[in-house]
Each structure stands twice: as C-alpha cells, then as structure tokens.
Design a binder for this molecule. Sequence first.
Ligand SMILES: Nc1ncnc2c1ncn2[C@@H]1O[C@H](COP(=O)(O)OP(=O)(O)O)[C@@H](O)[C@H]1O
Ligand SMILES: [Mg+2]
Length: 202
Amino acid sequence: MITIDKKSYIGKGNHREVYRHPENNKLCVKIVFDGSENSRQVIREKSYYKHLEKRNISWEMLSRYHGDVITDMGPASVFELITDHDDEVSKTLEYYISESEITAAHYDELRVLLYEFRDYLASQRIITKTLDPGNIVCQKNEQGIFRLSVIDNIGNLDLIPISNYIDFLAQKKIHRRWIRFEKKLRNEHSDNAPLMRILDKL
Ligand SMILES: Nc1ncnc2c1ncn2[C@@H]1O[C@H](COP(=O)(O)OP(=O)(O)O)[C@@H](O)[C@H]1O
Ligand SMILES: [Mg+2]
C-alpha cells in the first residue's frame, strides 16, 4: 500500500482525484471517488490500454497506464504524469483556451501542435470516447508549449468494439470524434478569436 501526500494534489474531473505518485515524480495516482472503479466503463478503458500496449503504439501524446495500486485513500490507477520543464504539472488545453489573451500568447505553438495531435491520434489509431480540452494537457519547455497529450477518456464505447481491429472503421470514428471536438470548441469558445482562427486554419 502507498500513502498519498495530500499536499501533492493535482486536480480532479468527474470521477477521479489525481495526486503525484509518492515514490516516482514521473507518475501520478488516480483515485476514483464516485464508486465507479469496477464499472464496465473503467474495465473497458483498462482493456483498451492493454490493447494499445499489444499493438505497440507510440505513447508520445498519450499518458501511459502503469497498472493499479492500493493507496490509503482506496484503490487507484497509476499513469505517466505530464510535467513542464520546471517540474510543474502541465496545464490543460482548457486553461490555454479559457482566455483569448492566453491563446494569443501561444498562437503559433497551438496551431502547429493541434495539427500534429490530430495526426497522431489518426496515425496511431487511438480512439477517444470523447475529446475534451480538460482531458488534454499542454506540455511546456523553456520556449513554450511543445506537445499536447491525452490524459483521460480513451477507448471504444461500442458493445462489440470491432472498429478496434478494422482500420477503416477506426479512422471514421477518430475523424468523427475530432469533428465533434472542433464543434464543441467553436460553440463554447466563440468569443476566443485566436482559437477560432486556429481552427479555421486546421
Ligand atoms: N497524466 C496527467 N498529467 C498531468 N495532469 C493530469 C494527468 N492526469 C490528470 N491530470 C490532471 O487532473 C485532472 C483530472 O484528471 P482526469 O484523469 O481527467 O480525471 P477524471 O477521470 O475524473 O476526469 C485533469 O483535468 C488534469 O488537470
Ligand atoms: Mg477527465
């Protein structure tokens, strides 16, 4: 069992609280707080990570799953932690598009990286349940943002996930998720002019 340092809290979404791993600064620990740890969804997500391992994909823009642990706060999953050059936890894309001034300050980087990110998901054939700016983090070095990574919500919700194995179906699905993601950004951030320009040029 590992003991979580409550001061190492990183953030939370709808299901999990995230902390730094007490023994490894390249990892984080995700603890379910809504009782969904044995839900079909979570089990399916883990089997999707296994599927990606087997396929030997590049993990460049996807936080890798490192198995489960028991913590003093309950059962948890371990993932690669995405950090910036100063060891701070990388901020989400949600943060970088929350205000147009912040987006403008990273305009060139985000334009190129969103393109590369879309390309990565398609070429590595990574299916997301939904793509959400809160589940994508932007990793920074001294120069600025240099990489986007998915940290949550991947996998296939289909009852029979046949598209995991048929490239043509997977590509269609990945494309649909991306279109939905773009639409959502356009709807929810229509007042963010630099973001709209980035999406127009994508
Ligand atoms: N691997 C990671 N690297 C950096 N930050 C992370 C990572 N995983 C999660 N986070 C941070 O913690 C928040 C919640 O994590 P997430 O896995 O999305 O939880 P949930 O399953 O509840 O949505 C994220 O929005 C992000 O800010
Ligand atoms: Mg999330």
